[in-house]
Ligand binder design. Structure first.
Ligand code: ADP
Ligand code: MG
Length: 268
């Protein structure tokens, strides 16, 4: 399988999963062409995605917007290698994903994608550290290296001092930080966040946006964020809007809002 260089700055010092690199791929990180996803409901066909083309470079931070039912989750599940399209192509980091079977999808997902959800989705009966260790149980890292990486990931989100705490002993913002550490721990090519601030108050949401902006700026982390909030979207460098399964606009946002900037009165 062709792979690009892994991110090297997130985990300096080599404590990373062994990843054979056969050849360095130099195209876009993600290239989607003429992609459709059709759900058949009895006699009816629902085009959840209808002829979508999209290219994302390594290190971009962008937002996906659109009304409910416009195809955002379907697009994220294909981008995140949870599902394959009905037609069209998706090349991730040089590998054609649309042809993969479930086992191959799971492998790519575990190695290249980090997911962050609105409701954090942490295991409640285990510590922050154990939650972050979980994605590494599928790698061949030693227990010691895994632990070092998990602690490093918790440091990246500023929570290393809380690593023994269970989710119920953490605030919502802290739980989301643990979820982000868990998403980062395998050094993913793409971090996908589905409404990551949707369950948080505005101040905590701004702290989470600041963390994403820092990961993007300092480590070149690629971040794709789904949001229905135009103010949140304007914290990213590119805004893609979906409607009825199609991209209706795809525009650069050359001056992203710095996290912590108050929301304009008209938008509250
Ligand atoms: P969004 O996340 O923007 O709200 P979705 O991607 O969830 O939109 O859904 C897009 C369209 O596809 C909707 O009409 C939805 O009802 C339909 N859809 C999504 N998943 C399925 C499924 N598993 N079976 C049938 N229809 C689906
Ligand atoms: Mg959705």
């Amino acid at each position: 399988m062709i792979q690009s260089e892994p991110l090297t700055k997130l985990f300096p010092g080599g404590a990373r999963a062994a990843q054979p690199v056969e050849k360095t791929y130099s195209g876009p990180m993600m290239n989607i062409e003429a992609l459709s996803k059709v759900f058949t409901m009895g006699e009816n066909k629902v085009y959840a995605l209808n002829n979508v083309s999209l290219s994302i470079e390594k290190g971009e931070m962008l937002a996906i917007m659109g009304p409910s039912g416009s195809g955002k989750s379907t697009l994220m599940s294909i981008v995140g290698c949870l599902d394959v399209p009905t037609s069209g192509t998706y090349v991730l980091d040089g590998s054609p994903v649309e042809k993969m079977n479930d086992r191959q999808l799971a492998e790519v997902r575990n190695r290249k994608i980090g997911f962050v959800f609105q409701q954090f989705n942490l295991l409640s009966r285990t510590s922050a550290l154990e939650n972050v260790l979980l994605p590494m149980s599928y790698t061949n890292l030693s227990a010691r290296s895994s632990r070092e990486k998990a602690i490093r990931a918790l440091e990246l989100v500023g929570l290393e001092k809380r690593m023994k705490h269970h989710p119920s002993e953490l605030s919502g913002g802290q739980q989301q930080r643990v979820a982000i550490a868990r998403a980062l721990v395998n050094d993913p090519a793409i971090l996908i966040a589905d409404e990551p601030t949707g369950a948080l108050d505005s101040k905590t949401g701004a702290e989470i946006m600041e963390l994403f902006q820092n990961l993007h700026r300092d480590y070149g982390q690629t971040v794709i964020m789904v949001t229905h909030d135009a103010f949140v979207a304007r914290h990213t460098g590119r805004i893609i809007r979906l409607a009825d399964g199609k991209i209706i606009s795809d525009a650069l946002n050359p001056n992203p809002i710095k996290a912590g900037t108050p929301r304009p009165d008209a938008e509250t």
